[in-house]
Design a protein around this ligand. Structure first.
Ligand code: EPZ
Length: 418
């Protein structure tokens, strides 16, 4: 197992290129199940979660390979309609194959994903949506089975704007003739990227990025050629890395307009951010940042996936701030690790009170999920002395070539064998 060793406390200086978005690539790869035709997708990051998707698609009957900078997906004869536990348990996003397979074969069986370290994460909103389009839901040996004689375009109102449920229902509706109206949809930028991909496949999609999405499906969809959007969570993590460690960095191949809530909060705390069309420059405040409280909310609110690295930034603020986590019920696992590095944080249910301290200090810490892991990296770069980060397999699920990019930004980081 690998660990990271980071010697922090030095201001950053450099530039890094942002990878393609993991959370946009995952549903777009699932959408290739909607067609027999070949698809070619660019800017897919090379990550553990993408490798898991690769394995799942291969198991289901696709051939996936990298060729000339493209992620190519081709179909072998006949697809399986069963996503088994061993593949789904590695990555919850595997549930995204349900919508496309149900639409194409009127039947799909997949392992119920179960909870993870950040919360229970049920899929009731997905299932309610499929039922509205005519599917019958049953359970067997830990699997969910969805079947329908015929699926019908219809109206689905989500009780909460779930990102995964919005994506699953969009993909399903893309292969149902007629117009399906999805209400109270997630508005995350990754939804807009999926909509663009579905349009290239031959569906009509209106309203992505707003609460109401209308999908007019086609009887048959084509293969797609698409370039995945830049990863806004990787971008935000590097912005906070610079803000917490000090210095100035430039981030290339990114989309500043997808990060408005973070940019506003960082500017309030005293960070200078110069945005260009597809790059940005971040200049850390002189001295300690001002305390700023945040509430995580569905997009366009402050993203839950940046809450952990934000807390690191606030751990050195010149005063007390609060972080309210409204999306997941157990997403403060990084707080006790930060306390080991000298932070002063109290967690009360879904609220963390962060009393800024002048300096974080290096310590051995461990990661509990992807973003908590990213927070450990940000803390280590900001802390004085050496930090050993364990369980970095969590980080490897979501950050491509991290140690190389950290070096490009001026962080003394290395991957070592445990
Ligand atoms: C997506 O997860 C992202 N994953 C998550 O990123 C991200 O944190 C999350 O959206 C919120 O932005 C991918 O895109 C692959 P949700 P998803 O359905 O789709 C509850 C990362 O670090 N809920 O919007 O699973 C759920 O329990 C990951 O990259 C139900 O109750 O998120 C949660 O509390 C982590 N029933 C809330 O809604 C449902 O049927 C938001 O979940 C579905 C969700």
């Amino acid at each position: 197992m690998d660990n990271f060793v980071i010697r922090g406390g030095r201001p950053l200086n450099g530039q890094a290129t942002i990878s393609g978005s993991k959370n946009a690539a995952l549903p777009i790869l699932a959408a290739t199940l909607l067609t027999r035709e070949k698809s070619e997708i660019k800017n897919v990051p090379e990550l553990m979660d993408i490798k898991s998707t690769f394995e799942l698609l291969n198991y289901l009957g696709k051939n996936c390979f990298y060729g000339y900078g493209n992620f190519v997906v081709e179909e072998r004869a006949g697809l399986k309609q069963h996503a088994p536990y061993d593949l789904v348990r590695k990555m919850r996003a595997s549930v995204l194959v349900a919508g496309p397979l149900l639409a194409r074969f009127k039947k799909v069986r997949f392992s119920l994903p179960g909870g993870c370290s950040i919360g229970m994460r049920p899929i009731d909103i997905h299932l309610e949506g499929f039922k509205k389009l005519g599917a019958v839901v049953s359970y067997e040996k830990g699997d969910v089975i969805l079947s329908a004689r015929k699926l019908k375009a219809g109206r689905v109102k989500f009780r909460f704007p779930s990102v995964g449920a919005t994506e699953n229902l969009m993909m399903c509706a893309a292969l149902i003739e007629g117009t399906t109206v999805l209400e109270n949809c997630a508005r995350e930028p990754e939804i807009e990227d999926l909509a663009a991909a579905l349009v290239k496949m031959g569906a009509k999609v209106e309203g992505a990025g707003s609460p109401t999405i209308k999908v007019t499906g086609a009887a048959k969809l084509k293969g797609l050629k698409h370039t995945v959007m830049p990863d806004r969570i990787e971008t935000g993590t590097f912005m906070l890395l610079c803000a917490a460690a000090g210095g100035r960095v430039r981030l290339l191949n990114t989309a500043p307009k997808t990060l408005t809530a973070l940019i506003k909060a960082m500017q309030k705390a005293g960070v200078k951010i110069n945005c260009f069309k597809d790059s940005m420059e971040v200049v850390a405040p002189h001295g300690r940042p001002k305390p700023v409280s945040v509430d995580t909310k569905p997009h366009p609110g402050f993203p839950t996936d940046l809450q952990a690295p934000w807390m690191v930034f606030m751990a050195r603020a010149n005063g007390t701030s609060e972080v309210h986590e409204h999306i997941f019920e157990n997403r403060f696992m990084h707080a006790p690790e930060l306390v080991r590095m000298g932070a002063d944080i109290t967690v009360l249910d879904r609220k963390a009170v962060v009393r800024g301290v002048p300096q974080l200090l290096g310590a051995p810490v461990m990661c509990s999920d992807i973003r908590a892991g990213a927070a450990m990296v940000v803390a280590a770069a900001a802390a004085k002395g050496k930090t050993l980060i364990r369980r970095i397999y969590h980080i490897d699920r979501g950050y491509e070539k991290l140690e190389h990019k950290l070096k490009d930004l001026g962080v003394d980081a290395s991957r070592v064998k445990a």
